[in-house]
Design a protein around this ligand. Structure first.
Ligand SMILES: Nc1nc2c(ncn2[C@@H]2O[C@H](COP(=O)(O)OP(=O)(O)OP(=O)(O)O)[C@@H](O)[C@H]2O)c(=O)[nH]1
Ligand SMILES: [Mg+2]
Length: 364
C-alpha cells in the first residue's frame, strides 16, 4: 500500500512530511488469526502469580505449576522465584502417598476419600507421579476421568504427573508443586504413584504417611508384595472388599497383620497395620482416616514428624544439587557423549566406576 502523502484529518498549517500518517496494511482474511495463542504466550509476572496462588486461584496455581514443570531455562528462574516466595506459606498440610499395583483402585480410592475429606471441611490436592507417563499417557488421562466428581469439586485441585520421564526431575517438580498447593490453602495432599521400582521410594521421601494398596488374590497374600515395599508403608489397604470378595479381603488383612509383626516398621513408634476397604462403595474410609489421625498424634508427639520433614528437606536439597550439577555438565560439549560411553563400559565391567569418574572429571 502506498502511504505517500497521506495526511491525518487535521495538521498544523504548513506542516511537513513529519505529519504524514503511516497506514498499516490490513489483514484481508482474519479467520486464521488465533487469539488463543496470544493469550497463552502472555507471561504473568511473579508478583501476580504469588498473590494469585496465595488467594487460592486455581487457574494461577495451574499456571505456576506449568512454569515449574517447564524444562526451559527461561522459566526456571521465575519458577524458583515463585517457590522461594511461597515457601514460608507452605508446610501446613498432611502429605499422604498412595502406591500399589496397577488397577488396585488407587484413583477410585482418591476420588472417594477426597470427596469424603471435603465433606469434613478439608481442601484436597491430588498429584500423580508416574515415571512411565511419557510412554503410557493413557493412564494419566484415565485418572482424570476416574476422578470426575472430585475434579468438579471447588475444594479440590487435581494435577496429573509431568510427562518428562526422568524420575529425578519428576520428583523435584512434585516437591515444588506440593509447596505451591500448600500455599494455595490445600491442607491435604494426596500423591498417587504406580508401584514400579523406584517410584515408591521417591514418594516415601516426600510424604508424611505412606499407604500401600493391595487387592486380595487367591492363595498366599504375601507373594505379590515385596518385603522392601511393605517396610516403606504405614498402612496396607486391601481394597475391593465388597461383594463376593469380603471374606477373602478379611483373610488377606489378617495374614498381612500377622506378617507385619515380623517386619521393621516404616515409622518409629508406629505399628504398620492392614485394613480392608471398598473404594467403589465408600466403605472403610472412616477407618483409614482414624488410622491416619492416630498416626499423626503419635509422630507429632514423639517429634518423628518434624524429624522426617527436616530430613526430607535435606534430601530434596541434595537431589537438587545432583540434578543441577549433572545439568551443568551435560551442557558441556563432549560430556554427555563421554558420560554415556563410560556408563556403558562400567556396566560391562570394562572399567572401574572410580576410574570412570576420574576420567569424566578430567573433562570438566
Ligand atoms: N469392586 C471394586 N472395584 C473397584 C474398587 N476400586 C476400584 N475398582 C475398580 O478397579 C478398576 C481400577 O481402578 P483404578 O482406581 O483405576 O485403579 P488404579 O490403582 O488407580 O490403577 P492405575 O492408576 O492404572 O494403576 C476400575 O475398574 C475400578 O472401578 C472397589 O473398591 N471395588
Ligand atoms: Mg490410577
Amino acid at each position: 500500500m502506498n502511504t505517500k502523502d497521506r495526511k491525518p484529518e487535521w495538521v498544523p498549517q504548513d506542516a511537513g512530511k513529519e505529519f504524514t500518517t503511516n497506514v498499516m496494511p490490513g489483514q484481508a482474511d482474519v479467520s486464521n488469526i488465533s487469539t488463543r495463542k496470544v493469550a497463552a504466550m502472555r507471561s504473568i509476572d511473579t508478583d501476580t502469580i504469588v498473590k494469585g496462588v496465595l488467594s487460592g486461584n486455581r487457574t494461577i496455581l495451574a499456571k505456576a505449576i506449568t512454569l515449574i514443570e517447564s524444562n526451559s531455562l527461561r522459566h526456571f528462574d521465575q519458577a524458583q522465584a515463585i517457590v522461594n516466595e511461597l515457601l514460608p506459606y507452605s508446610g501446613n498440610s498432611l502429605r499422604i502417598g498412595i502406591t500399589g499395583t496397577p488397577g488396585a483402585g488407587k484413583s477410585t480410592f482418591i476420588e472417594s476419600f477426597g470427596l469424603w475429606l471435603i465433606e469434613l471441611g478439608h481442601k484436597v490436592a491430588v498429584l500423580a507421579i508416574d515415571p512411565s507417563s511419557s510412554i503410557s499417557k493413557g493412564s494419566v488421562l484415565g485418572d482424570k476421568t476416574r476422578m470426575e466428581k472430585l475434579s468438579r469439586a471447588d475444594e479440590s485441585f487435581i494435577r496429573p504427573s509431568p510427562s518428562s520421564g526422568v524420575l529425578g526431575g519428576v520428583a523435584r517438580k512434585t516437591r515444588e508443586t506440593i509447596i505451591l498447593c500448600e500455599a494455595a490453602g490445600y491442607d491435604i495432599i494426596l500423591i498417587e504413584t504406580v508401584g514400579v521400582g523406584q517410584s515408591e521410594i521417591t514418594v516415601r521421601s516426600m510424604v508424611d504417611f505412606f499407604c500401600l494398596m493391595q487387592i486380595s488374590g487367591a492363595g498366599d497374600e504375601l507373594q505379590g508384595i515385596k518385603k522392601g515395599i511393605m517396610e516403606l508403608a504405614d498402612l496396607l489397604l486391601i481394597n475391593k472388599a465388597d461383594g463376593d470378595n469380603i471374606t477373602r479381603a478379611n483373610i488377606a488383612a489378617q495374614e498381612l497383620n500377622n506378617a507385619l509383626h515380623y517386619l521393621q516398621a516404616a515409622t518409629a513408634g508406629w505399628q504398620t497395620k492392614a485394613i480392608t476397604c471398598s473404594a467403589l462403595h465408600h466403605i472403610g474410609l472412616q477407618q483409614v482416616w482414624d488410622s491416619i489421625n492416630e498416626f499423626m498424634t503419635i509422630v507429632k508427639t514423639s517429634g518423628t514428624f518434624e524429624q522426617r520433614r527436616n530430613q526430607q528437606t535435606v534430601e530434596w536439597f541434595e537431589a537438587l544439587l545432583t540434578e543441577a550439577v549433572m545439568r551443568r555438565y551435560h551442557d558441556k560439549k563432549d560430556f554427555a557423549q563421554k558420560y554415556h560411553a563410560l556408563k556403558d563400559l562400567v556396566a560391562k565391567v570394562q572399567i572401574s566406576p572410580s576410574s570412570a569418574v576420574h576420567e569424566l572429571l578430567g573433562l570438566m
